[in-house]
Write a protein that binds this ligand. Structure first.
Ligand code: SF4
Ligand code: SF4
Length: 206
């Protein structure tokens, strides 16, 4: 999927996400926050300026979030994002209220809406994780000016083709058609079993 489709999925299919910020003591704090709009490379949400959440956002200008959809663990899709945020002020509030009319029940008058400000997540990286598929499916994406890092477990040229990693891989996602073996990144759980088992030190974590 394109980045915009991941962002659309968060807003339209999940909507309420768990957002983590960091307090003055460097400790994490979570809050349930609705993602109310998206575009090609941004997510938008709002909060009241009187909240501790607002203080933490303006101080750190960074957050992490996870959004999940599914009836139980094995039917769930999870999307996680880490990214930079900026305060856009009040101008986009009417647009967000139009797209999310339930907000009128929480802030029913123009006067009460004055407490609110809109934040934009404008640059970051994301992970898509689908446990409903067998083997599992995962994908990475980025938005804004961030370059995507190729993270995960990889088999290097030190591989001798002994096959020890195959029996410990819970997703059977190691391809053996040549040496070195190849890990299918889109199905890898990143459990680390292959690295711990390999007698040749051929598996690396990046
Ligand atoms: S990290 Fe785990 S899931 Fe991924 S290839 Fe290695 S053993 Fe398999
Ligand atoms: S255990 Fe290591 S050396 Fe053996 S096949 Fe797997 S990656 Fe290659």
């Amino acid at each position: 999927m394109e980045t915009k489709e991941y962002l659309k999925y968060i807003v339209e299919e999940i909507h309420t996400t768990i957002v983590a910020t960091v307090d003055d003591e460097g400790l994490p704090v979570t809050a349930a926050i609705d993602m109310m709009d998206y575009d090609n490379d941004s997510l938008y949400f709002l909060t009241a300026k009187g909240k501790g959440f607002y203080d933490r956002l303006t101080k750190r200008q960074f957050l992490a979030l996870t959004a999940m959809k599914g009836e139980d663990t094995m039917s769930s899709v999870a999307v996680s994002i880490r990214g930079k945020v900026r305060d856009l002020g009040h101008d986009k509030i009417p647009e967000l209220f139009k797209k999310n009319p339930y907000m009128h029940q929480i802030y029913p008058t123009e006067e009460s809406m004055k407490a609110l400000t809109v934040f934009q997540i404008y640059e970051g990286t994301g992970e898509w994780f689908d446990l409903s598929k067998k083997p599992i499916e995962r994908a990475s994406f980025n938005f804004g000016k961030v370059e995507i890092k190729r993270e995960g477990y990889f088999v290097t040229d030190n591989c001798i083709g002994c096959g020890s990693c195959l029996s410990v891989c819970p997703q059977s996602c190691i391809i053996t058609t040549g040496i070195p073996y190849v890990i299918e990144q889109e199905h890898c759980l990143r459990c680390g079993n292959c690295l711990n088992t390999c007698p040749a030190g051929a598996v690396v974590r990046r």
